[in-house]
Design a protein around this ligand. Structure first.
Ligand SMILES: [Zn+2]
Length: 258
């Protein structure tokens, strides 16, 4: 009986999720107790399609359940309004640098993924991402391919922008981030979302310029914006594009698994 000697004997496990059903669909709601929260607040995050209920520390589970059930229709409606996820599978249409590509499983393309153009008139897109049909893990192969493309584009763009103003980035990493498209650490390491590869090229290029400008100004001051504009004349257009379409870049491929 080891637990006899433990001062902090494990407490009863806290419930972290509730399930609520509405119109034949079951939704999972994550519970987050927050000190200082005064009331229940429901949020549906579009990027990840998850539903979160923030609640006061001392509220009862029964009250949380009652609240969630009362808002089940709202949750369902919000989720239904979100763009449908597009898994990487045969026939899926996925943008590459803003240009739609249809995923095709083709015989004998070995393990590699390749982008091809001019593939015929009867498909939804003129361009294709071809993957060998007998290749296992099709989804992961496509994802790895897109991440490599993103990294290549971002490294080139960072190189060009840093050269233009005579600064150096310590390192460029590519990740699957939900809350930010890019970041710059105090030590000069730049990090970007690989999902920028779905956006038109001017958007990725702007993000690279934005983070490179942070190597000089680690803030969003007028001087920072002036430098960003100098590096990327598309700054306003790219910001507007991200505001309108940014969330939809998260629907391609499965959620982060690495
Ligand atoms: Zn910034």
């Amino acid at each position: 009986m080891l637990s006899l000697f433990r001062i902090d004997a494990p407490r009863k496990r806290e419930t972290t999720h509730l399930e609520v059903s509405h119109s034949g669909e079951t939704h999972r709601v994550a519970l987050k107790r927050i000190s200082g929260a005064r009331r229940f607040t429901l949020r549906v995050r579009s990027a990840t399609r998850d539903v979160v209920l923030t609640m006061p520390l001392r509220s009862s589970l029964a009250a949380a359940r009652e609240f969630v059930e009362r808002h089940a229709a709202w949750i369902g409606a919000r989720l239904n309004r979100l763009p449908r996820p597009v898994p990487f599978e045969h026939g899926a249409v996925v943008p590459l640098r803003g240009v739609n590509h249809i995923v095709l499983l083709v015989p004998g393309a070995r393990g590699n993924v390749s982008a091809r153009s001019g593939i015929g008139m009867n498909l939804e897109a003129e361009h294709a991402l071809c993957v060998a049909c007998d290749s296992p893990h099709v989804s992961r192969r496509i994802r790895d391919f897109l991440r490599r493309e993103a990294r290549g584009d971002l490294e080139l763009a960072v190189k060009r922008h840093t050269a233009a103003i005579g600064v150096a980035a310590r390192r460029v990493t590519v990740r699957d981030t939900v809350s930010r498209w890019g970041s710059c650490s105090a030590s000069g390491a730049l990090s970007f979302s690989w999902r920028l590869i779905f956006a038109p090229a001017f958007v990725l290029d702007y993000l690279a310029a934005h983070e490179v400008a942070h190597l000089v100004h680690l803030n969003h001051s007028p001087k920072f914006w002036a430098l960003t504009q100098k590096l990327s004349p598309d700054t306003d257009r790219a910001e507007a594009w991200l505001k309108t379409h940014g969330a939809s870049l998260h629907r391609f491929g499965s959620a982060e698994t690495d």
